[in-house]
Design a protein around this ligand. Structure first.
Ligand SMILES: [Cu+2]
Length: 505
């Protein structure tokens, strides 16, 4: 309805303008053409002068009004180290172009007014003025040279070259229609290799090469997760794209770089304000005290709901807008805690599947470390326990045997047993029983013997590594103590196991 009324008003206004035009045409005929033309020139010249004043005042007023919502000023200072330099460059450029803007607009409208034709002046023939030409050539040339030189210096500063000695966190952003996949290097600090031929839409959208051991602990954050970054750490983002051009844009960090399929680009920056600190900075300005949802005046304020964001700055298709991601900057300690809680993509999605080049039989250094830590802390909890409620049994679920044999199957078993050796050294008073169990497949008596042989195998390994035989016994329980039902393959797999039973601590 509003649109209909607005359309009606515009239509009627058009009719009025048309009628006025017709009237002035008639007036011209009555009063004589020249007289009317001069009076029109006079009106137009004065109107242009009024327009100039209103326009320039509006420009300045809007700049003042919105100053606290512009990047690089007041609350929205740079959240990254290099951004301040960039903002300075921007402000210097704005200063010079602002002067030119005001001077040219004043000149444009002032001369239109001053030389409006009133019939009493003749145009001046003005061929040439060397001094004037020198001024309008030299002054812009000097200013431009200054701006360009400044720009080159800043460009060089914000694109440093990192050497292997520099400490930095290298992460990877892959843009595609229409999201970003982020990859973090995991505990080893290295991103694994990629090969586009390994891309599989179901199991490996980035084409990560699992044969590269550096890939094993890589963490992949899908489209909806927050991107977490540590404060005061140098971050190098490796930027790529899978389909069309995208652009990796972090406006609050003054980071922007094209993501080009086939040509990796990168950007190095250092966040200097956590999300919390940036919100505090915003909270000091009245514009950010308004409710973030205008419908809910008592709800959270704008500064409270502020988030850094990643956007795509290349119009890449109809879902372009949905490439927005929230970025959160936290302290280094919080970042490390967050990182420790992330599950490597390989461990969750690849290990043991038909895409796993290691056939599920490889533990990576970070996992061996983590497993050793897990074993030791479980035992430490038991040793320190005074309530007597904790179980004395630890399942050694990383020890595998060949089917029907006491021979060990994978190198993972060796790592698990090496961790046991460390454990026995760490807790010198510990006396343990190594308990073997089987599933119910086959003959019970044979299973009892097999479980005994398996437990003995582990004991012998520990003895060979220097653990005293007096501290360990090996015992086979056969198939009589299943953990789960033997009716399913998963259940049977769980029942075939070796346990560490703590006898005294
Ligand atoms: Cu895009």
């Amino acid at each position: 309805m509003t649109y209909f009324i607005a359309f009606g008003i515009i239509f009627l206004l058009a009719v009025i303008v048309l009628q006025i035009g017709k009237l002035s045409e008639l007036a011209t005929k009555i009063r004589g053409e020249e007289v009317v033309e001069r009076s029109n020139n006079d009106t137009q010249g004065k109107a242009l002068l009024v327009f100039m004043v209103v326009f320039l005042v509006a420009c300045v007023a809007s700049a003042v009004h919105y100053k606290n919502q512009m990047l690089g000023y007041g609350p929205l200072t740079s959240a990254s180290a290099h951004g301040f330099e960039l903002d300075h460059l921007f402000n210097v450029t704005l200063f010079f172009t602002g002067i030119v803007f005001i001077i040219t607009h004043i000149a444009l409208f002032w001369y239109s007014y001053k030389y409006r034709s009133l019939g009493n002046k003749k145009a001046l023939f003005f061929a040439h003025d060397t001094k004037l030409e020198m001024i309008w050539t030299v002054v812009p040339a000097v200013v431009m040279t200054y701006l360009v030189a400044n720009g080159l210096i800043v460009w060089n500063n914000i694109f440093p070259t990192l050497t292997s000695e520099d400490k930095y966190l290298e992460i990877e952003a892959t843009g595609y229609q229409f999201a970003w996949d982020m990859r973090y290097p995991g505990a080893d600090g290295k991103l694994g290799n990629k090969d586009f031929r390994l891309i599989d839409p179901a199991s490996n959208t980035l084409g990560i090469d699992w044969k590269d051991e550096a890939s094993a602990d890589d963490i992949v954050l899908g489209g909806a997760d927050k991107i977490i970054l540590p404060k005061d750490s140098t971050i190098k983002v490796r930027i790529t794209a899978k389909d069309v051009l995208h652009s990796f844009f972090l406006p609050h960090f003054r980071v922007k770089m094209d993501a080009v399929p086939g040509i990796p680009t990168s950007f190095i920056f250092t966040p200097v304000l956590t999300t919390r600190e940036f919100r505090e900075q915003l909270s000091k300005f009245p514009e950010w005290q308004l409710p973030s949802d205008p419908e809910d005046p008592n709800g959270p304020k704008k500064w409270e709901t502020f988030e850094y964001e990643l956007a795509c700055a290349e119009l890449c298709g109809k879902g372009h807008y949905s490439m927005r991601r929230i970025v959160e900057v936290v302290s280094k300690e919080e970042f490390d805690t967050w990182m420790a809680g992330q599950k490597p993509f390989y461990a969750v999605n690849v290990r043991g599947t038909d895409k796993d080049p290691w056939d599920g039989k490889k533990l990576f250094p970070y996992e061996i470390k983590a497993r050793g830590f897990e074993l030791r802390s479980t035992v430490a909890r038991f040793v320190d326990d005074t309530t007597g409620t904790l179980s004395n049994i630890v399942n050694l679920d990383h020890i595998f045997y060949l089917t029907g044999s006491s021979n060990l199957n994978s190198s993972i078993s060796t790592y698990e047993m090496d961790n046991l050796v460390t454990l026995m050294g760490r807790f010198p008073k510990l006396r343990v029983e190594l308990a073997g169990h089987t599933d119910n497949v086959g003959d019970a008596a044979a299973n009892l013997q097999l479980s005994m042989d398996r437990a003995t195998k582990v004991k012998e390994y520990l003895i060979s590594k220097g653990v005293s035989p007096d501290r360990m016994t090996a015992k086979g329980y056969g198939q009589v103590q299943p953990l789960e039902s033997n009716d399913t393959p998963e259940g049977r797999k769980k029942n075939r196991r070796t346990e560490l039973r703590i006898i005294s601590k």
